[in-house]
Design a protein around this ligand. Sequence first.
Ligand SMILES: Cc1cc2nc3c(=O)[nH]c(=O)nc-3n(C[C@H](O)[C@H](O)[C@H](O)COP(=O)(O)OP(=O)(O)OC[C@H]3O[C@@H](n4cnc5c(N)ncnc54)[C@H](O)[C@@H]3O)c2cc1C
Length: 518
Amino acid sequence: MHADVLVVGTGIAGLSYAVRLAETNSDIKICMISKRDLLESNTKYAQGGIAVVSNFFLDSYEDHVQDTMKASGNTSNKKVVDFVVREGPKCVKELMEWGAQFDTKGTKLHLGKEGGHSAKRIVHHKDQSGLQIQNALIAKARSFQNITFFENHSLVDLITDHHIPNTKQGGCYGAYVISKKDEEIVKITAQLTVLSTGGAGQVYAHTTNPTAATGDGLGAAYRAKVHVENLHFVQFHPTALFPKIGGNTFLISEAIRGAGAILRNFNGEAFMLKYDNRKDLAPRDIVSRAIHSEMKKGKQPHVYLDATHIDTKILEQEFPTILKSCQNAGIDITKDFIPVLPAAHYICGGIDVDQHGQSNLNGLYAIGECSHTGLHGANRLASNSLLEALVFASRAATHSAIRLSSELLPVSFFESIPNWSGTEDISNQKTIQIRELRTTLQHIMSTYVGIIKSGESLQKAEKELHKVYVATKELYQQNKLTPQLTTLRNLVSVAYLIIKQSQKYPTNNGVYFNEDYV
Ligand SMILES: Cc1cc2nc3c(=O)[nH]c(=O)nc-3n(C[C@H](O)[C@H](O)[C@H](O)COP(=O)(O)OP(=O)(O)OC[C@H]3O[C@@H](n4cnc5c(N)ncnc54)[C@H](O)[C@@H]3O)c2cc1C
């Protein structure tokens, strides 16, 4: 299989990249793969919406830039923040032209408010913004003949010089990919490869991310010696629902605090003012640590979110998913306090890219949550990630089109790339052992590399993770490769990088908190 562009991942980043490229270049062949079906992604679960300046009477680019810089403790790259904020409105308009529908008030967009934002600027569709965006993008992408989809196909490794005898061009030429159904490893070669594989929340035991968010793009990039930066900046969302639903941790969007919900400890005390004068709408790192501290003080496994004073009609209209999901867990949010705790939510770092989404490996782009653009610095401002994905997808698509019109590798080169070679005939899958290792890894990360870290806890984590690494390596060398085993290999790489980068980080900043530095 050969394409002009291979896009790995079909969330907002991958899909909007492909749509933009296909719309302007009908002759470019794009191949997209997704680990599950096209819909399943972090994007699908986004509730709040997209942070973008749209009401220029009450808001400004300067304010959005300042809020982003402030949330990151001035560690964001100001140049990147500037262009992302300014290019955002155009990208959101384009998204709406492609079919996404957002809530309106009269003729204007209805804007939500979230923590760390000085103005109402969150464009949303009820509390199902991501689902709305994802469905619209899938429908749009499907309308192009030059986009081919392979669902339930998982990235194994990027194809680089390492896989091709006597080659030293320093490029990326596609990927080896494994199908879920028959576990066959196929080679997809491409002039350009785009990683849009999303998040890595599954490296932790409690995460708002779906099970497929295992940092596969990060793992593959790391193995290909691509620069991966700032993984120690793991953002914990302050308010995940305490009881798990179907084994998953459900997010209670910040937007509900924007609408007036208040955090209370076990004594019913509204505690946020003790920690920050922005109270419940302080940036996420501050709220998460405050909750962690209240849980520790009260020796309780969660705190409460009180939405009982909010008009029931508003809850029904603006937060139908939260209302229903809590109901499923036996909680009536119009009458009961909601038990909540922080959960791993977003990794601010990722594959280091330039302003066009290009990594240091020639021909490899990274966009969306798996990338590190400099926008978030040490702490992401709420709802800036969908925005980042849109803007960088658009930039990367424009850049890709220019590259494809000039620098092409000959077809004979791609034909010389060997098929995957591995221990494919041994069929002992060791599924239970793989599952146990994954659980052990998540436990290590949550226990020792969570909201509050220390030199000692990081050392323990490194030691324990090494055992998981050795066991995984053994499985990899001795068994047929399966999607589960590839995933475990990536989780180990991401966990290792988070630990090592944490150990090297010398100070407390944004979401990174080491108690030794206090
Ligand atoms: C519960 C929740 C709520 C959120 N709310 C908001 C919000 O309100 N506003 C906001 O800005 N951000 C929010 N975020 C963050 C935001 O949703 C994500 O950062 C964003 O959707 C990431 O988009 P993406 O395209 O980079 O990745 P994703 O949407 O995660 O897509 C990743 C894609 O990569 C594929 N993939 C992964 N691994 C492989 C592999 N090995 N092989 C092939 N394909 C692979 C997946 O199948 C998927 O198609 C939220 C996140 C969560 C989890």
